[in-house]
Each structure stands twice: as C-alpha cells, then as structure tokens.
Write a protein that binds this ligand. Sequence first.
Ligand code: C2E
Ligand code: MG
Ligand code: MG
Length: 686
Amino acid sequence: MIALIAIGVGTVWLYVPQAMQAAAIDAAHRSNIDVAEQIKITRGYYTQNVVAKATAAGTLNPTAIHAGDPNAIPLPATFVQDISNLLTQRATSLALVSPYPWPHRADRTMDDFQRRAWEIFRHDPDRIISATEVRNGQRVLRVAISDRMTNEACVACHNTDAYSPRHDWKIGDVRAVMEVKRVIEPYLAAADQRSQRIILGVAGTAFLVILLMTAIAMAVARSMRSKQEVDRHVVFLAHHDAMTGALNRSRFVSLLTDVIAQSKKAGVSADVALFYVDVDRFKEVNDRLGHAAGDQLIKAVVARLRERLRDDDMIGRVGGDEFVIARIRDVDAADAMALAEAIVADVAMPFALARHTLSVSASVGVRIGAGEVEDMMRAADVALYHAKSLGRSQAVLFSEDMQEELEARRHLEQTIRDTSRDCRFELHFQPLLSANDRRLHGFEALLRLPDGKGGYIPPVQFIRVAEEIGMIGTIGAWALGEACRAAARWPDHLTVAVNLSPLQFASRQGSDASIVDVVADALTRSGLAPHRLELEVTESVLLESSEVVIGELHALKSLGTTLVLDDFGTGYSSLSYLWKLPFDRLKIDQSFVAALREESRPSLQVVRTIMALSHALSMKVTAEGVETDEQASLLTELGCGQLQGYLFGRPSPEADLAGLVLADFQAGQAPVKPRRADRPGLTVSA
Ligand code: C2E
Ligand code: MG
Ligand code: MG
C-alpha cells in the first residue's frame, strides 16, 4: 500500500509540473491570439472611420511619419503599432512585418520565425504559428497570424498609395505577419509554484495517509501482540500458579511424566528426585499477620527455593504452602538429601518481608525413582508426614518401611474414588439442641466413608486425602445435595448443617462449579428453604484468595443460608477477620469443651471470652463435643445457645432420626419447664 502511494506521489511529481506549464503556455497562446484579433478589429475601425473619412475629405493626410505634422494622421498599420508601443505592458508586444519594402520600415527585417510564418500564410492564411524561445534569459511566447486586407477601404487605399509595394490588392490578401509576443516567464513561474503547491499538498496528504496507515498498522500489530501476550498469559496461567509462577499440579505431573518417559526411551537413567516441601505453621503466619504477609512469605519462599535450584529443576505449587520439586538429572540419594537439607536450612533463614521479619521452617519428604509421578508424589508426601511427625524442619527420604503406609494411602485414594463413583458415601446426622430448653434445633450432616467391613473410615483420615486428589468438590457437592434432600423431609423447623471444605471455595478444584452454584443447585433440587441450611466452614477457608472467598461467603449468605464458623479457637484464630465476615454463628471447638470443668479456670475463661466476643459481634454460639452434664450446664450458664455432642446424640443414619424427632415433638407437647443444664434433654445412641 505504501509503495502504491509512493508511485502515485512520484507520478504527480513528474506529471504535474509539465501539465501546469503546458496549461500556462496554452493560456498565453490564447491570450496572444486574442490580442491580435482585437488589434485587427481596432485597425479595421480606424481604417474605415478615421483614415477613409479623412482621405475622402482631403483634410488630413494619413502617413507613416505623422509626428510633428498637424495634418498628418497615422496610417492604420502605424496606428496599431504606435498603440502597441504606447502600451507600457512590456510583457506583450506587437510586430507587423512583411518582406514588402514599405518605406520607413526598412529597418524591420524578418527573423526566421516570421519568415517561416510568412511562407506558411501565403498558402494557408488561416494558420496560427507559435513558438517559444528564450530572450534575455526569459522565455517568450511568439504567436503569429496573417495580417490581411479586411475591407474595401484598405484595398482602395493600398492600391492607390504611391508607397504601396503593389497596386493589385484584393480583400483577403495577406499583407504582413502580425506577431504578438509575450514574456511568459511569470506565467510559467506561477505554474511552477502552483505545481509545487499541488505536489506538496499531494505529498503531504500521502505522508499523512502513510503516517495514519503506519499508526493503524502499528496499533493493529500492537493489539495483535497484546492478544498474543494475553494468549501466552492465559496459557501460562493454565500451567502455572499465578502468584509464584511455579507450575500447577497438573502441569508439573504431565511435564515430569514426559521427562521420565523420554529418559526411558533414550535408554538413560530415568530416576528423578522428587521433593515434597511443606512450610511449617504457615497458617499461623496467615492468621496472625494477614493474607498479604502470607502471600509475601510464599513468594519469598519460592524465590529462595529457586535460588537453590538448577535451571533444569522443576518446581510446582500443589497447595497453599506445599511445593513439589523435581531434580531430573544426575540423581542419587546422597545428593538428593543434601539438596533437601539445604532447602530446610534455606527456609529456616529469616524472611524480611515488607512489614515483618519472619522465621518459619519447612519439612521435606523425598522420593527417588522413575515410577508414576502421582505415586512418587504420594510417597514423598508420606515421607513428608514422617518429617513433620519427627518435629518439623526436617528432611526425610522415603524408605521401604513407609511402604505399608504408602500402600494404605493408595488404597484409601482408590476407596475414595470408587465410593464416590458408586455413590456409596453415607451421611450421618448429629443433633443440635437449643441449650435453654434442650429442644431439637437441627442436625449436622457428617460424611461417612464405609470401609467395606461394616465400619467407617473417619473423616479426619479421608477428607484431607479427598482434597489432595481433587475429589472434595464432587464429594462435597454430593453431601450438600443429600443433606438438603434429607432435611426437606424433616419438620419445617429443623435445620441441617453441612461442612464445606476450603477447597470448595474460590474454584480451587479447577473445573468444579463455584460453591455458590453448588449450594443454590442443592437448594433448588431439594426444595429446602434456604434458612434451614447452615454451612460450616473452618478458619482455614481464609488461607488464600481471601477476597474471592469473602465474596463467595457473602454470596452464600445472600442465598439466605446461615454461615457457621466451625472449630473456632483451634489453629491461631485471628480476630481481625471475624467482624469482616458474614458469619451468623461460632462453633466452639470441642477441645475447649473437653477441658471445660468447673475447676478448670483457664478453659472457663476462654469460653467466657468467646461468648463475650460473639455477643459483641452479634453471633450465636454452639458448643460441640459436649459429653457430660457438667459441660452442658456450664456452657448453658455461660450463655452458649446451642449444644452438640455425644451427650445428646451421636451421628447416626437418617433412618435413626425419627425417634429423636418424635421425642422432641413429645417434649414440646409437655408443659414447658425451663431447663437448666442439670440433666440431658434428649439422648440417642448410634
Ligand atoms: P466437625 O465439623 O467439627 O464435626 C464435628 C466432629 O466432632 C464430628 O466428627 C463428630 O462426630 C465429632 N463429635 C461430635 N460430638 C462429639 C463428642 O461429643 N465427642 C467427640 N469426641 N466427638 C464428637 P467426624 O464426624 O469424625 O468429622 C470430623 C470432621 O470431618 C468434621 O468436624 C468436619 O470438619 C469433617 N467433615 C465431616 N463431614 C464432612 C463433609 O461432609 N465435608 C467436609 N468438608 N468435611 C466434613
Ligand atoms: Mg462441622
Ligand atoms: Mg467442629
């Protein structure tokens, strides 16, 4: 396109000056002819109305030499020549020339141009002859037309005049060459200026067009580049953890799988060293110092790990504070353990963050081999747990004596997958009672994984594994659906509480639907009124992506559900977020309840403080793990509104709840007797 514009401008550049000059010459040419014609007319008039009359009257004498003679008037030819001479317009002049020997005109010899014109006019008197030439450094346009006998008066005069070279003139005879000469330099200069202006205008416009096109092209290129960047970014995000730039779990697994496969194909040692790194007590940092500090710490840990690693080592983030590292070349156990210990030592060095200097530690589990990557990660995780149980800040290499544990872990994963696929999970329900009157308020739904031998694998064992293998989204959604369906069958005043895993929030499980959609779906499908659904989350839900999680908590609340903060008091509860979050209820962790005895002042004090706090924040309080009358009485006295524990009923299948609901109904029919916590209200055995 730019080349086409350049060709266009070049053509204009070459053509316009020529065309403008030709036009200027043409205009001058026509103007010269005009002048000649006007002179002819003027002379005809003068001949007929002045010279002829004067001659007839005999009073005035027409002569070429009239100056100084009072009776002399100019001959018509002299007249026009004089007029022409009087015109001070130097640019245009008139010449009347002929080869006839006119008296007083002997000095007027014809030049080449005039002679050529004369020759032509003798045969072709209507022709117009023109030529340009340079005189005194100026271009001049010469235009010649034939000067003919135009009327009887002319003919009569010439035929009688003694000086006339001939006396046989007729009308139409060519008498002379009439030439109008014009200096055309100014016209051509003006044409040049005009063409320059045109060229400049065209070139300027072309320049602007090119500029505009270049700008558009650049903008298009930039937008394409930024689209490519966005695409690259999207691909990067699909493969990496956005915060640290480390690989995400699935990318880590697929890359490492490829590496091992390639090594095997190439016939070289395919052994890799896999390190499972966990930052000890990261939750504490998050809770105490806030998520911004937690994020900074994680970034700083990754930066420090990278410093320690080789370029071809791989690093992935597989949990909030969990990383996997793979060393893929020259692997042996001693080197691997040296690296693991170096990592432990690196992380143990203080971290200077924006507003805090922190000391944390890391535990590392190591697995060397060339097997399935997921299996190696599992083994490294088993080794990591050994490291943690040895008191943290340690590195442990997976060894054969952990094989049994690994097998158990593999088996558990398989059981979780199979149970989920076959919908064989169960929900048990544990009653929640109002502390004051011990009437049934609702039930908490607790997930049960059948072990195939008539018993159950406890949630503490399998929930974490389900989270790690990415199944908690599916299982949690199932639990929600089932719990809502069950509750919809209960009397309207009874609620159901469902536990949510932190991993169900902020779409942490990749393709899983958002928790808000899952809850809304469970409500819609079951027809359960939203106010009958209570959602229990633990503080760890706020470990990362707090903004997104807080948004989801608010969205859940606006569905009409009740939000419960479970296990309150465990971990390192940070009070700072309590007032920011839309929780309706706190559940005092059972560890406080277990320690609650009349004589145990510290635990009494803790519960009292929690009560005061929840009161200040307008939150209700449930105490879980109530096993004795004494605990129940104390908690009621302390102002705890709701109680849950084996004292009132163990978690049991839905089919077993009828008796409990009936007993509660009957208790409601009996005359109301305000209860103190002096005896249990309802009991059920699982
Ligand atoms: P949680 O939500 O704090 O549930 C209370 C746990 O305390 C239950 O354990 C319950 O059986 C137990 N419990 C209740 N009363 C007593 C008592 O008087 N004494 C003692 N010692 N224990 C009592 P469970 O059923 O083993 O569940 C453990 C944890 O597993 C739950 O703690 C909850 O965090 C999690 N969980 C259970 N079901 C689900 C679920 O559907 N989804 C998720 N994400 N987590 C679940
Ligand atoms: Mg709970
Ligand atoms: Mg709890």
